[in-house]
Design a protein around this ligand. Structure first.
Ligand code: MRU
Length: 357
């Protein structure tokens, strides 16, 4: 099914109650963008797991929302009884938790589904299903509200007639709508501010060129696509005055895991004396981790580096290193833009205080 292009609100995933027999999770297959806008219908737990693993749905908050709906899909498939459903919720959560390791939003959303299930444990499956689906909808709606608030909190940072470098895709496609780093740009754009978004291509899977450039162009924002190795020159020539990226997991001290290449951008920003901001909702913080050294980093298949969009660009057997994320130390981050405001300077104490409010 072709998804109509919605210029105002790109939503990467939604619950469709009309798919027989129980309803299903539907999502825009992001591996097909920008060439084709195709909808994928997930009616099994494994299809939700595969969609997350293969990046058909990707971006930390969107992965969390997909997993929350995935729990419902997984249970519907097993026709639970009033006795078996609580155990099946745990099994579905355990399986979905193995799909990708870095984005903490996945574990955060699954934790919410598990906790909600525990509170409902004495209810029939019929009653529990209604309440669990409501919880998944709440996770989605809260994410959308946090993204809007991030945009408002950070829009003043967008330089009038200036340039912003961003990396990977931290836009509507990576969340339930609107985005995080791109939310800041959307909010500034809606206020009439003129600026250029310099979009890193983001090898190996090109989320910048395939997804961010697609989103920003639809929103009517001046977009300049650059290869990852051009960012330094954009800074040196004065074209970009600020960097804003998303995040997959932020440790208690502010060390931030995000798409591979983010750390390099932060080093470049420091070398050019430019501010480097991270935009993320509170669901992306993992206060149980003292610092970034213990954030699990996903290692992906070497074939992603030996090819560019399925075309071989390296010898078959050349050894490849393919970490999907890196960690930017807090000392290189000027501020973290959250739905509760901008945390700056980035310290353990400032993060704790901001998230408590
Ligand atoms: O591998 P991906 O495409 O899921 O990586 C996504 C990112 O690194 C994003 O920057 C991050 O999830 C923030 S999304 C608002």
């Amino acid at each position: 099914m072709t998804v109509p292009r919605q210029l105002e609100a790109i939503r990467p995933l939604w619950w469709n109650p009309d798919i027989a027999p129980h309803g299903a999770l539907e999502l825009i297959d992001q591996t097909r963008l920008p060439g084709e806008t195709v909808c994928l219908t997930c009616t099994t737990l494994q299809s939700v797991w595969d969609a997350i693993k293969t990046l058909q749905v990707r971006g930390a908050p969107a992965i969390g929302v997909a997993a929350a709906y995935g729990v419902i899909v997984g249970l519907d498939e097993r026709s639970p009884t009033d006795e078996t459903w609580p155990d099946l919720v745990d099994k579905a959560c355990d399986h979905l938790a193995t799909s990708r390791p870095t984005a903490v939003n996945l574990f955060w959303a699954l934790g919410r589904m598990r906790n909600h299930a525990r509170r409902l444990a004495d209810q029939s499956w019929r009653q529990a299903r209604i309440a669990l689906l409501d919880e998944a909808h709440r996770i989605r709606d809260e994410d959308a509200a946090m993204c809007r608030a991030i945009g408002e909190a950070g829009q003043h940072l967008v330089p009038e007639n200036g340039g912003i470098i961003t990396h990977c895709n931290a836009g509507a496609l990576a969340t339930s709508e609107y985005g995080t780093a791109l939310a800041v740009m959307y909010a500034a754009h809606h206020r009439g501010r003129k600026f250029t978004a310099y979009v890193d291509e983001t090898r190996p899977l090109l989320q910048g060129s395939r997804l961010t450039a697609w989103e920003l162009q639809q929103a009517g924002i001046n977009t300049m696509l650059i290869c990852d190795n051009m960012a330094a020159v954009m800074m040196k020539e004065g074209k970009a005055q600020i960097v804003i990226t998303g995040a997959d997991r932020i440790a208690a001290n502010g060390d931030t895991a995000n798409k591979i290449g983010t750390y390099g951008l932060a080093v470049l920003a420091a070398a050019h004396d430019l501010p480097f901001y991270v935009a993320a909702p509170s669901s992306t913080f993992d206060l149980a981790l003292k610092d970034g050294s213990v954030i699990p980093i996903e290692q992906r298949d070497p074939s992603e580096v030996r090819t560019v969009m399925d075309r071989q660009t390296a010898p078959d057997d050349v050894p490849v290193c393919n970490p999907a994320f890196d960690v930017t130390p807090a000392r290189l981050i000027t501020g973290i833009i959250t739905e509760k405001g901008v945390i700056s300077p980035v310290t353990t104490q400032a993060i704790q205080t901001a998230l408590q409010d």
